[in-house]
Design a protein around this ligand. Structure first.
Ligand code: GLN
Length: 272
């Protein structure tokens, strides 16, 4: 047994040596999670059991993302279960939710292509009390997890999730289409930080040779998927805005951009 403050110091030193940027904060989170308490409760504990937290610390030292170790991640103020079948929701993607709500404040039906945890669709449904949403993912495990998230957020009655290859199985027209598709150029994936390159599903990252494969698939389907006056809101990677505007233009769509907190053009809003 070991006191909490000594344990925090020792774990933080190991995390720092493994290249983790906020070692003390993460040490507290890991120790608390291992004991089933919150970080404040940790300091009230007289002693901790090293064997109890060692497996979690070893996973983080191998650069497994915190969200996979803890099993959940906050997005748009909501709590999402995550698993290795899904991308971890990013704060950057909240820009997409804000843009969607600004351009389409009262959608009746919403489609989310590549839904992962369901974070984009469920954030929009949480804000739009009468909207109904459909989330599609090519991974059965992701679709099942998104359905679980919908139920635990009390949105299960307004969301349905299916397994499919983009919009291939979807009929009908939607007021709002959301997608944060894989957009990393294939050759750049191994150079990403280890948390992403080693642990996040490559299917959720890999955008083909130039990173634009998924946009080509999605934009080609927009004319049939969007209801009159409908809006598509897509997340973008660094430097992709010009290419996206061009693809949109070829299909007869206008493209406006919205920046994230780091002033990166992060979201494209496509309208007829
Ligand atoms: N829509 C999910 C998200 O934004 C998953 C995206 C993906 O897997 N590329 O987190």
């Amino acid at each position: 047994m070991i006191t909490a403050s000594i344990a925090i110091g020792q774990v933080a030193a190991r995390l720092a040596a493994a290249g983790i940027e906020e070692p003390r904060r993460e040490a507290r989170l890991l120790l608390a999670a291992a004991h089933g308490i919150d970080a404040a409760g940790l300091l009230l504990r007289a002693e901790l059991d090293e064997a109890g937290y060692e497996p979690l610390v070893a996973r983080r030292c191998a650069r497994e993302p915190m969200a996979y170790i803890l099993g959940h991640k906050e997005f748009w103020g909501l709590d999402f279960a995550v698993s290795p079948a899904t991308l971890i929701p990013r704060a950057d993607s909240e820009t997409l939710v804000a843009a969607a709500l600004a351009h389409c404040p009262a959608p009746r039906c919403v489609l989310d292509l590549g839904t992962g945890t369901g974070c984009l669709l469920l954030a929009v449904l949480a804000e739009c009390g009468t909207a109904f949403g459909v989330g599609v993912d090519i991974s059965l495990h992701a679709a099942a997890l998104a359905a679980h998230n919908a139920r635990s957020l009390g949105l299960g009655g307004r969301a349905s999730f299916i397994v499919g290859d983009w919009a291939g199985a979807i009929a009908g027209q939607f007021d709002l289409l959301l997608s944060n598709p894989p957009y990393i150029p294939q050759g750049e994936i191994t150079g990403l930080m280890p948390e992403v390159a080693r642990y996040e599903p490559s299917r959720a990252l890999d955008g083909g040779e130039d990173g634009l494969d998924a946009y080509r698939r999605i934009i080609a389907e927009l004319p049939r998927l969007l209801a009159p006056g409908g809006v598509a809101v897509l997340e973008l990677g660094l430097g992709q805005a010009g290419h996206l505007a061009e693809l949109a233009g070829q299909t007869g769509f206008a493209c406006t951009l919205r920046q994230d907190l780091a002033c990166v053009a992060r979201t494209a809003i496509l309208t007829r």
